[in-house]
Design a binder for this molecule. Structure first.
Ligand SMILES: NC(=O)c1ccc[n+]([C@@H]2O[C@H](COP(=O)([O-])OP(=O)(O)OC[C@H]3O[C@@H](n4cnc5c(N)ncnc54)[C@H](O)[C@@H]3O)[C@@H](O)[C@H]2O)c1
Length: 319
């Protein structure tokens, strides 16, 4: 893992899936960590093991409320902004996406500026591109989000331009694509990998929305932590956006079969339901720009998936 060049960091959404892995690696590197989360989706179980660490501080606050988050940014050198209302939520409450992902991001930039934070790395998503006009999608691809989530995330991203222009604050955007690993939500609003693992663990059929031909580029969460740190360390990254993805190409059908095979449950049925609105059929992503900062994706899909399955099987057994 690349060594981060800062002494103190704040992670919004730090009790969530990706945020908790960022917190963990920061603590491994003896960096002072403030984890800011309102626990709408985050869980204490994700951060319990950090609680006794003198370098770890937890702030329960909502990024949509600037007054409640401002103080937490004092003496912070780098911010990893991962708090967000997820795409699974936007189907039931699109307005919340707007409030958290656009207005909340505005507040995170504002609090960072007021406290003189040196760098903000803002977690965005490949959904800002929408359906691809060409492959592989690089960072110059036009923006055409088709979901409420994608639109609200793009809005948050674009505020970085205004903040940089008006205040000269260093902000970089990292766009994740289908991150997986331990601690990801496994309920119906979670990620497809933990949902499939949970169904197989419970000996229930796996459900695919659509025909299973959707192509994904799953990335192991530790590799995304590494890309966050690489971007944070780089001066060249200021004002830039980077795709962070593994380059793996796997369909949802292949994923379902792989999980059933690893778990020894190949006799379980796969059932198919209607396509979900806003579902993007193909992701093929260029990561050349991130590689130009010296980043390499280290984890093969087979290794990452096996580690993830092992973690969830233990987790479900202990539930
Ligand atoms: N997981 C993926 O595959 C993926 C893909 C693309 C982009 N992203 C982006 O990565 C970031 C992290 O996603 P994740 O998968 O870890 O999701 P997550 O839901 O596990 O984590 C998000 C965290 O933000 C917190 N949060 C939500 N609203 C908040 C608010 N108003 N104030 C403070 N905290 C709040 C939640 O409680 C949660 O802990 C998000 O910005 C998301 O848009 C994730």
């Amino acid at each position: 893992m690349v060594k981060l060049n800062y002494n103190s960091a704040l992670v919004t959404g730090g009790a969530g899936f990706i945020g908790s892995h960022i917190c963990e690696e920061l603590l491994n590197q003896n960096i002072k960590v403030t984890c800011l989360d309102n626990f709408v989706a985050g869980k204490m179980e994700n951060i319990n093991e950090f609680m006794g660490n003198p370098n770890f501080k937890l702030v329960k606050a909502d990024v949509a409320d600037l007054d409640s988050i401002k103080d937490a940014f004092k003496d912070i050198e780098v911010v990893f902004h991962n708090a967000a209302s997820k795409c699974t939520v936007c189907r039931v409450d699109p307005k919340l996406d707007l409030i958290v992902n656009a207005y909340g991001t505005f507040n995170v930039y504002e609090a960072s500026r007021l406290s003189g934070v040196k760098k903000v790395v803002h977690a965005s998503t490949g959904s800002v591109y929408g359906e691809a006009l060409y492959f592989p999608q690089d960072e110059k691809h036009p923006y055409n989000p088709v979901s409420f989530y994608g639109v609200s995330k793009l809005c948050g991203e674009r505020y970085s331009n205004a903040f940089r222009d008006y205040y000269d604050i260093n902000i970089s955007i990292i766009r994740y694509f289908h991150v997986y690993g331990s601690r990801q939500e496994s309920s119906d609003v979670g990620g497809v990998i933990p949902i499939f693992i949970k169904r197989a663990f419970e000996n229930k059929p796996l459900t695919i929305f659509g025909d299973g031909t959707q192509l994904r580029s799953f990335t192991y969460v530790k590799d995304d932590v590494e890309s966050n740190f690489t971007i944070a360390n780089s001066e060249r990254s200021d004002g830039q956006a980077y795709n962070s993805a593994s380059g793996i190409k796997i369909t949802i059908q292949q994923l379902a079969e792989k999980i059933l095979k690893i778990m020894g449950k190949e006799d379980l049925e796969i059932i198919y339901k209607d396509w979900r609105a806003g579902d993007i059929k193909v992701f093929q992503v260029s990561t050349e720009k991130l590689a130009s900062l010296g980043y390499e994706c280290n984890t093969s899909f087979d290794i990452g998936l096996k580690k993830t399955i092992d973690w969830y099987v233990k987790y479900f057994k202990n539930k």
